[in-house]
Write a protein that binds this ligand. Structure first.
Ligand SMILES: [Zn+2]
Ligand SMILES: [Zn+2]
Length: 316
């Protein structure tokens, strides 16, 4: 898949409401599938969005407030019942393993598939996952307990081979990989064909940053540089700033300011307080500072293509 796809399974804070669920997102980037936070109801939301449970290999939990992980133990149990065999990796602040173990102990069982818990460090920008196509970093946020943001990034892609060049210079398949990595080609007569005549630029790598729950922090600009999409919590509006400060959360205006600070290309706001029935005023508040903002829509899937760099809704 040549694009980034993000499904909002829940974008509400603290308490579930009818049609508004606690935090959870399903991200696909470079054909990798990641579950980000796992609030109550995540399994049901995955089902409602036709996302197979077996696609999830890595789960990222921002912090251990219930609205971000109370859906995890049920999901792990279901994977056990579905006879999962492959490893599952979970990245979270310290303490999650013990909480899950306790729940499993009360149930009198443990999971038959391997679950590997990775504890996040509290004070640094940390590379927590990497393979040949993506990297994931975590970084500390400012909340009432240890809390982390995540930055998911595609790596630079190989150059694109021109079909016409393969035919023209009679290039064997075994050489194509090296040419895609930038090598020139020497033809049968010894002429060197420069790489620019054989390939075109690859599409630029995409990135997605997830920041919830947090007060606005100056350090964000040290961690994030021009993410294609920044998800930032906007639990409150400016009229409830006092409450935002007391609880280490952000207002919609704060979220927009963070998007400006890190030079984000687009901003999505979420983690809305249940006190707001109409979310449009939050959107307006954010847009007054950062126009390219949208609301995280419950049950909505967004796609970002490298060529267009503009989020688009996917109809299901
Ligand atoms: Zn929360
Ligand atoms: Zn929280």
């Amino acid at each position: 898949m040549e694009h980034l796809e993000l499904t909002i399974l829940g974008a509400s804070s603290a308490i579930p409401l009818t049609n508004r669920y606690p935090s959870s997102q399903f991200l696909t980037l470079a054909s990798r599938h990641f579950l980000i936070d796992c609030g109550e109801g995540t399994q049901v939301r995955l089902r409602a969005n036709n996302i197979g449970f077996s696609r999830i290999d890595r789960i990222f939990i921002s912090h251990l407030h219930g609205d971000h992980f109370f859906g995890l133990a049920p999901l792990l149990s279901t994977l056990h019942l579905l006879d999962r065999q492959k490893e599952l990796h979970i990245y979270s602040p310290k303490g999650l393993k013990e909480a899950i173990q306790q729940q499993m102990k009360l149930q009198g069982s443990w999971l038959k598939y391997p679950v590997i818990f990775h504890n996040l460090q509290t004070d640094s920008f940390q590379n927590i996952y990497e393979d040949e196509r993506v990297t994931v970093h975590s970084f500390p946020l400012k909340h009432s307990i240890d809390c982390f943001g995540f930055w998911f990034r595609e790596k630079e892609k190989p150059r694109k081979m021109l079909k016409s060049a393969i035919e023209k210079y009679n290039i064997p398949p075994a050489e194509i990989r090296q040419i895609k990595n930038g090598k020139d080609w020497t033809d049968e007569d010894g002429n060197i064909i420069p790489n620019q005549e054989l390939t075109t630029d690859p599409s630029s790598p995409l990135s997605y940053a997830y920041c919830t729950d947090t007060a606005p922090i100056d350090e964000l600009q040290d961690y994030l540089h021009a993410p294609d999409l920044l998800y930032h919590e906007a639990t409150f509006m400016e009229e409830h700033r006092k409450r935002a400060v007391q609880t280490n959360h952000s207002t919609a205006r704060d979220a927009a300011q963070m998007a400006l600070n890190v030079n984000a290309k687009q901003l999505m706001i979420g983690h809305f307080s249940v006190r707001y029935h109409d979310l449009d005023p939050l959107l307006e508040e954010a847009r007054s500072v950062f126009p390219n903002t949208l609301l995280a829509g419950e049950g909505t899937t967004y796609a970002l293509h490298p060529s267009r760099k503009k989020l688009k809704l996917i109809e299901r």
